[in-house]
Structure formats: structure tokens, C-alpha cells
Design a binder for this molecule. Structure first.
Ligand code: THU
Length: 136
């Protein structure tokens, strides 16, 4: 699988981040199994806890449009003005949201530092022994 398009979209979405408190900008691009892309950015809040991460913004946009099957997500994050982005792994809450909708063995998480430099993990690698609907 070629992830160039979602990596570029995640990098582009960093520009849309609303992050006046942390100044840490994150962009995400979520690829559905049908080939659609839903983007997201982090959206902070003066009360801090209502903040949404880029990944959850993308997931909630997609799910609210009726999407339920996802292939991959690209994530690009780093402090405002950073020239060389670090790897930005998703937070625990976002991993749990991914687990609600994605097959852990199959869903690909593309941690992008640039178009050329990225690392791909499965959700299973990032959330082993996760809690899920099968337990309820
Ligand atoms: N953030 C994300 O958007 N995604 C992550 O995976 C990690 C953290 C955001 C939340 C907050 O706006 C800022 O980055 C610093 O934590």
C-alpha cells in the first residue's frame, strides 16, 4: 500500500491546527476501506480537557458521515515552527477510539515525519491487550 496521499494530507492539516495553548500542531488523514479520506487537526480549548486530538477529529468526522470501515491513518505532529518533525504516536484515548472501529491486526498507523520519512505500525502493536466490545 502506498501512503503518500494521506501523509501529504496529514502534513497539510497541521496548518489547520488550533493549538494556542500547547503550540503543538497535529494533522491526521484517515483512509476508509472505500478509498475516501477524512482529515482532522487538534482543536484546543481554554479549559484544556475539551481539547480534541487530530486523530479523533478525523474519526468523528468520518463516523458522523456514516463511515465504519477504515484502512489506515497518517499522523504528523510537532511543535509550531519545528523544521524536523518528530514521530508523533497517537495518545491512549485516540488508540481506544481506533479500537472501536478498526481491526487491530489490520489497521495501519502511519507516523509521518515527512513525505519520505515515516514509520508504519498496526493498532495491535500500539494497543496490545486492549479493551473492546467483544468483552461486553
Ligand atoms: N495531540 C494530538 O492531536 N494527537 C496526538 O496523538 C497527541 C496529542 C494534541 C493534543 C494537544 O492539542 C496537543 O497535541 C498537545 O498535547
Amino acid at each position: 500500500m502506498e501512503y503518500g496521499t494521506i501523509i501529504r494530507e496529514a502534513l497539510r492539516m497541521r496548518e489547520a491546527a488550533y493549538a494556542p495553548y500547547s503550540r503543538f500542531r497535529v494533522g491526521a488523514a484517515l483512509l476508509t476501506k472505500g478509498g475516501r479520506i477524512y482529515t482532522g487537526c487538534n482543536i484546543e480549548n481554554a479549559a484544556y480537557t475539551p481539547t480534541s486530538c487530530a486523530e479523533r477529529t478525523a474519526f468523528f468526522k468520518a463516523v458522523s458521515e456514516g463511515e465504519r470501515a477504515f484502512a489506515a491513518i497518517a499522523i504528523a505532529g510537532g511543535a509550531d515552527g519545528t523544521k524536523k518533525l518528530p514521530l508523533c504516536p497517537p495518545c491512549g484515548v485516540c488508540r481506544q477510539v481506533m479500537a472501536e472501529f478498526c481491526d487491530a491486526e489490520d489497521f495501519q498507523i502511519v507516523l509521518a515525519q515527512s513525505e519520505e520519512t515515516y514509520r508504519i505500525c498496526t493498532l495491535k502493536e500500539l494497543l496490545p491487550l486492549g479493551f473492546g466490545a467483544e468483552l461486553l
